[in-house]
Design a protein around this ligand. Sequence first.
Ligand SMILES: Cc1ncc(COP(=O)(O)O)c(C=O)c1O
Length: 376
Amino acid sequence: MASTAAPTAVPLMDPKRVYEQWGPAAEQAVVRILREHSYVKGPEIDALEKESAASFGVARAVAVDSGTDALYLPLRALLDDRPADRREVIVPTFTFFATAGAVVNAGGVPVFADVLPDSMNLDPAEVARKASDRTAAVVPVHLFGAPADLAGVRSALGGRKVFVLEDAAQAIDATVAGRKVGALADAAAFSFYPSKNLGAAGDGGLFTTDDLALADLVASLREHGSKKTYFHERVGKNSRMDEIQAAVLRRKWPHLAAWTAARRAVAAGYDAAFADVPEVATPTTLPGATHVYHLYTLRVRRRDELVAHLKATGIGCGVYYPLPLHRQPCFARFSPAPCPVADRLATEVVSLPCFPGLSADEQRRVVAAVRGFYGR
Ligand SMILES: Cc1ncc(COP(=O)(O)O)c(C=O)c1O
């Protein structure tokens, strides 16, 4: 008898599918940590910091409790010593909230810059327009896993001494001219939020830099501003990563290259499948760069109708991001200027399932649903 059951839904993401590759080794490590009660400041953190610095090709990596604090702590280190009228930080308006939230929490003034219509990353021409003597830093975001144009940002700054902090939360192992993001500017922040390409078993983040003095300062700010226990030079906070998260990340890291390759293969399949659909624009990558497809994000016509159609067909999808940061009510007091490209993108973007373990059959169903919607 023919089955009448509807095909199972295709999820937007499903990290459980690769669990067996790393889970058993992590379980052993976590049980050891529990039995030894060695929860903080232990060997897993030390090893993670050394191994990750080597992986990115930087002098130091500092493990912290979230990607948000990996942004916040270096901004604090920078802005604490700057006069109040020189604390502007240029951020792209089309990004996750934390990029600008960290600026405000660190005592800075976010200056929202528009993005490029195809890469969706920070527009260097906007940096040139918005940089001034008040600018302390720029935080380019490698959005969705695609490297931002850091060379363009640097040249837009001309000779100005401005700190450039990569927000690499979504782009671990993406490269530009063979060099990994995280080593392309003055410093960088990564997130290990569970849905990221490399996710912890909870929250986690990493700060990277070649500047040893800055790394020391960030490491002390993560410990209430102290280098020696109970002696405090600054008011920091508790932003430590714990041993269990470091242990999990170290057991997952050896698989990251294969997971990234799997994401790229899915992305290549979508690129080919949508090449002849004029209503759909596929993701772009900077020349000489590689994309890691944290999200595979299309720009499409009739986005909301497509989203409704995908949902009705059981295809997971997401809108990142529906409201650019310059329009968020909490930032209204910074009098943001118009950012029309981001406004338009917010009505056009939709992200499709793209993760290691997505089956060929599932991808065919996603493709058929999108093409079918546009009458192909
Ligand atoms: C671009 C971007 N920046 C910063 C963050 C903050 O990272 P976390 O969630 O680990 O605090 C994220 C995470 O979602 C992100 O996507």
